[in-house]
Design a protein around this ligand. Structure first.
Ligand SMILES: *Cc1c(COP(=O)(O)O)cnc(C)c1O
Length: 424
């Protein structure tokens, strides 16, 4: 595999951009090597500047559920561009997108758009604190909710990869009100909420994607709903990955749970920067301009991102999810049986079209169990794939995604590649 151009760009990038990248995990620190610099992408394929093609399982870390460069989204955006790109004033499309989001997530009575998932979670927590008048929040080990100060505590993938469970530059006073519990440990939540009456909210990834995929155990989400309700604590579902991914209505529609606040991002922007948070009218009405909780954004509701989002949501219908689930099930089953046959410890966690192959005999139900995987072995697996034209996420603690552009044929090719690598 030729990678001279990527190597040159990476070296040049390091002189101008910290670590050569604009988001840390892109630097391949945990798997080593040179990250391919990307030139273009179409369908299930992504192409680097050296002309190598890869079947893409990163999918921009989740957003590209329709694959790369989907025609309908590109057409809608291209058509919209001629009318200006940002106004700092309301548009009709924002209303349309709010309606579409509410249709998919009926627990959202009011929804506000922002420009990233980080902003969505940060703002939802401010709302929760403003509404309840309480200070503390509960999060789970290995869950990532963006990079705002008080959420960078045991925050999964990016932070985990760099071995920075807490980030430098965050005063310890700033995380004093963030309480961290193990994922899937309902009794711990129950005990904490009983003993502390200054908790505003519990925030959770309903299916975790940032310590690798970890599913909620039987009754975990139902239990969270019950316990928080009894304690007068708001329940926030961070569905930045799972929203429009597990089903159109996210994990809450699959598990039939109604959280108080919901955070969205990734798929919602169809490849453009966007985020959203929303929930009950009574809670969301606390936001400025109607209420005392301030939140704002120069590019919030950007018409191009909103247009891409509208075109993307339009394409998301239930047969698409059924097909993705079927493809992903067969794919993960086959890879695991290849690993077994080769005597390699492997556990797969999968929810619909998101999955992680953990190099451990498992099970993986929380962050501590995820960390038992052999990250070195993952790195070898990863590079074996990359050299043969398959791009997996460059860390054991991330989710793989497939898109509607992935074909049976694509996946069969990858299975054949895995067969070779796992034997080695
Ligand atoms: C990606 C992610 C975020 C942060 O979104 P950004 O757009 O990267 O700021 C928040 N929560 C979850 C669950 C995510 O996966």
């Amino acid at each position: 595999m030729q990678n001279k151009k990527s190597e040159k760009l990476f070296n040049e990038a390091k002189a101008h951009i910290p670590g050569g990248v604009n988001s840390p995990v892109r630097a391949y620190k945990s798997v080593g090597g040179i990250p391919p610099f990307i030139a273009s992408a179409k369908g299930s394929r992504i192409r680097d500047v050296d002309g190598n093609d890869y079947i893409d399982f990163v999918c921009s870390w989740g957003p590209m559920i329709l694959g790369h460069s989907p025609k309908d989204v590109l057409n809608a955006v291209t058509k919209r561009l001629g009318r200006g790109t940002s106004y700092g004033a309301p548009t009709g499309e924002e209303v349309l997108l709010a309606k579409e989001i509410k249709k998919a997530f009926p627990a959202m009575e009011l929804v506000r758009l922002v420009s990233s998932g980080t902003e969505a979670t940060m703002s939802a927590i401010r709302v929760a604190r403003g509404y309840t008048g309480k200070k503390k929040i509960v999060k789970f080990e290995g869950c990532y909710h963006g990079h705002s100060d008080y959420l960078l505590v045991k925050a999964g993938s990016g932070a985990l990869t760099l071995n920075l469970p807490d980030s430098a530059g965050v005063p310890e006073e700033f995380v004093r009100y963030t309480l961290v519990l193990p994922y899937n440990d309902l009794p711990a939540v129950e005990a904490l909420l009983k003993s502390d009456n200054d908790i505003a909210a519990v925030i959770v990834e309903p299916v975790a994607g940032n310590m690798g995929v970890v599913l909620p155990g039987n009754g975990f989400l139902e239990g969270l709903r019950r316990i928080t309700k009894e304690a007068g604590v708001l329940l926030i579902f961070d569905e930045v990955i799972t929203g429009f991914r597990l089903s159109k209505g996210g994990a809450q529609s699959v598990f039939k749970i109604k959280p108080d606040l919901i955070c969205l991002g990734k798929i919602l922007g169809g490849g453009f920067p966007i985020g959203a948070f929303g929930g009950k009218k009574e809670i969301m009405s606390i936001l400025a301009p109607d209420g005392p909780v301030y939140q704002a954004g120069t590019l919030s509701g950007n018409p191009i991102a909103v247009t891409a989002g509208l075109a993307t949501l339009k394409a998301l219908k239930s047969p698409l999810y059924k097909r993705l689930d079927r493809l992903a099930r067969r794919f993960t089953d086959e890879i695991v049986s290849l690993a077994r046959a080769a005597g390699i410890p492997m556990t797969v966690n999968r929810a619909g079209s998101m999955f992680t192959f953990f190099f451990t005999n498992g099970p993986v139900r929380n962050f501590a169990e995820a960390k038992r995987s052999d990250a070195q072995m993952y790195a070898r697996f990863f590079h074996g794939l990359l050299e043969r034209g398959v791009m997996f996420p460059p860390s054991q603690f991330e989710a793989c995604f497939i898109s509607s552009a992935h074909t049976e044929n694509d996946l069969d090719k990858v299975i054949q590649v895995c067969k070779k690598i796992l034997k080695k």
